[in-house]
Design a protein around this ligand. Structure first.
Ligand code: PRX
Length: 667
């Protein structure tokens, strides 16, 4: 198989070079036949299926008594009850005992040629030393620790040290502002924060300790800050509270026993955008999450012992949690920790790393692929001989990008897996299984084991059966790695995911519209295709952000009376946000006000959330009940002002003409 045919049919999975047989190829059946058989079993008898997979993939210090309890209706699911295990033991110790010299982490620093390699033996020692430091700072089983760090090995060590001693990690993406950091630290009542003096990315340095300092002014509960010295720069220091990482770990020995945890004990919190302005702390539990991470690593990516796994995601997002840290380490392979950016020092960076470390699996968001595709094929150098699987995540991958990934990056030798999932699902839910599932450019393909997708009518909530149908996506069965709750807001969890359609997990409705979530269709061959979001969540470069959050940030500025934020398509970032504002006292906008508003969003949420354009108008399109009709704004931005639909409910229909004029005049 060297080039993709004209798209007439699915690409067969057995067309790819494979050093060893895919895990699923057995019993004289093809891997795909086995997938179908096992998927059916997993749906008919989930307890038997997941019970045996959990015992096969993880090491339990005490076996579980019951595989699953509870129901989607009641939102009280728990898995592997009575079982005890430690996540760090499963990720590190058992491999450090069996294969101590095997490489666990390959650190590629922002500067090419810099970095280091840690074996499983090294990793165990460094995790244990940090575990002692955390204990010394007063961290106890069940406490939540905030991690605000660049992509350095210490960030991964931090996650593992937390879970080793039974603490819950809450990683906050180091691009978030001090306000966002403060809210997340306070919501989870963190007492300890792990950070670095500075971070480096794309040749630039960021003063992240300074952001932590600003946040902590309003975090009275925080007593200790551990600072990894990434650069030589001096930082402000609060004696007693701040401690240098490198000095602290030197005081402690190489081994501390892992804490015995119950399968349902919380493993981590990860804050994500919801439909309201307030981010929610999605909680994942130990046993279920780990089973999902290991199972998808093994079957979706078809990871084998000698593989090197390179996920380009940041540990600040779920992709980094599950596929930089947990899945590869649970399976005992090497994982690349990449601190830099795909364009630095040039657009060959990813491909150089892949070739340098004989990477077998590469996993990244389409936004990076769009950027690299645009930079030109001449940068995609190297032989790529070791590459077997190319993953895509976080947003729909357009067929032409899929084909470029396949033909130019993978040279027709590696299988593309477009993986659909969410922070809340913990691990992949719809994705091809490498070496098993035939693929079509742009399709997420088939459900993972135990996942029973349903396509619902957006208006009625009725399930739509059969082929060639589309609607919103929901799931009919629970799976082990689904989030257990929203931290301190279980009712919000129920309202968001489980109450909209009794008996289904819903791919996330918003508070504004009753039936919106991820759009999906099922084609004649049963493949699932994921469309863009149908709600008020924007996907900017694979970062999920709600329009309500950006609006709330803008309204905080004293000049702004009202704000409406909508998404537009963008060639590189997928989507970008555009804000329509009215100013107080009908002020005229000046370049200074505009700059200040952009800064306001950067400060409140983080630079990645800043609106691409801001239009100041004299009024927004509102219904008589005062609800902003964002649909009208979207259509105007798309140049489809002749397709505005029914605008008879607008309280002042003449506003439309004025907004069209404002958009045509430019921001
Ligand atoms: O809209 C879907 C989109 O990303 C959302 C989840 O965002 P987050 O929780 O930040 O997790 C991103 C990484 C898993 C989904 O609701 N999404 C994720 N993967 C895909 C996708 N959209 C289309 N195709 C995908 N493969």
């Amino acid at each position: 198989m060297s080039t993709l045919t004209n798209g007439s049919g699915p690409v067969p999975a057995d067309a790819f070079a494979h050093p060893s047989k895919p895990h699923l190829e057995s019993n004289g059946l093809s891997a795909f036949e086995n997938y179908k058989r096992l998927h059916e079993q997993s749906i008919k008898n989930p307890s038997e299926f997941w019970g045996s997979l959990a015992r096969d993939l993880l090491t339990w210090s005490k076996d579980f008594d019951i595989v699953r309890r509870g129901s989607l209706e009641r939102g009280d699911l728990s898995w592997f009850l009575g079982g005890e295990l430690n996540a760090c033991y499963n990720c590190v110790d058992r491999h450090a005992f069996a294969t101590p010299d095997k490489v666990a982490l390959i650190y590629e620093a922002d500067e090419p040629e810099h970095g280091r390699v840690l074996t499983y033996d090294d990793l165990l020692r460094e995790v244990c030393q940090l575990s002692y430091v955390l204990k010394d700072m007063g961290v106890k089983k069940g406490d939540t620790v905030a991690i605000y760090m660049p992509m350095v090995p210490e960030a991964i060590i931090a996650l593992l040290a937390c879970v080793r001693i039974g603490a819950v990690h809450s990683v906050i993406f180091a691009g978030f502002s001090s306000d966002s950091l403060r809210d997340r630290i306070n919501d989870a009542k963190c007492k300890v924060v792990l950070t670095a003096n500075e971070s480096k990315r794309g040749g630039k340095t960021h003063a992240i300790k300074h952001i932590v300092d600003k946040a902590l002014v309003e975090c009275p509960a925080v007593t200790s800050v551990l600072v990894f010295k990434r650069t030589e720069s001096e930082v402000q220091w609060i004696p007693g509270r701040d401690h240098w990482w490198q000095e602290a770990v030197k005081k402690w020995p190489a081994y501390i026993a892992p804490e015995r945890m119950n399968a349902e004990d919380p493993l981590f919190l990860l804050y994500t955008s919801g439909s309201t302005g307030k981010p929610k702390g999605v909680l994942h539990s130990t046993g279920g999450y780990l089973v999902g991470a290991a199972a998808t690593g093994k079957y979706v990516f078809d990871i084998h012992d000698s593989d090197s796994f390179f996920c380009g995601g940041d540990i600040g997002w779920i992709t980094g949690h599950t596929y930089v840290v947990y899945a590869p380490l649970l399976l005992g392979v090497s994982t690349i920790v990449f601190e830099g950016s795909p364009m630095y020092p040039n657009p060959s960076r990813y491909w150089n790393i892949i070739d340098k470390h004989n990477v077998s699996h590469f996993y990244v968001a389409p936004t990076a692929l769009r950027l690299l595709k645009k930079s030109g094929d001449q940068h995609v150098t190297g032989d790529r001989a070791h590459l077997r699987v190319l993953g895509s995540v976080g947003e729909p991958i357009a067929p032409e990008v899929w084909k470029w990934y396949f033909e130019v990056v993978g040279k027709g030798q590696a299988q593309i897996v477009d993986t659909y999932w969410q922070t809340e699902t913990g691990s992949h839910v719809i994705a091809p299984l490498a070496g098993a599932t035939p693929t079509k450019p742009g399709a997420a393909s088939f459900p993972f084991f135990g996942i029973e997708p349903a396509i619902l009518d957006a208006a009625t909530g009725e399930e739509i059966d059969g082929a060639n149908v589309e609607g919103v996506l929901a799931f009919k069965q629970a799976w082990p790695s689904m989030a257990r709750t929203v931290w301190g807001a279980h009712d919000r969890y129920m309202d968001t995911y489980l109450r909209p359609f009794k008996g289904y997990y819903f791919s996330r409705p918003t508070q504004n519209s009753q039936y919106t979530g991820d759009g999906a269709s099922r084609d004649k061959d049963g493949f699932y295709w994921i469309g863009g979001r149908m709600d008020d969540i924007i996907n900017v470069s694979g970062h999920r952000i709600s329009t309500a959050e950006i609006e709330a940030a803008l309204i905080e500025d004293f000049t702004v009376a009202e704000a409406a934020v909508v998404a537009v398509q963008d060639e590189i970032t997928g989507q970008a946000s555009v804000a329509f504002l009215t100013l107080k006292d009908h002020r005229a906008v000046t370049p200074e006000i505009r700059d200040e508003l952009i800064l306001q969003v950067r400060r409140t949420i983080g630079p990645f959330a800043a609106p691409r354009r801001i239009y100041v108008v004299d009024d927004l399109p509102k219904t008589r009940s005062g609800k902003i009709m964002r649909r009208v704004l979207r259509k105007i931005l798309a140049g489809e002002q002749d397709q505005l639909g029914d605008t008879s409910t607008l309280s002042d229909p003449t506003v439309v003409e004025r907004i069209i004029a404002a958009v045509q005049a430019g921001p």
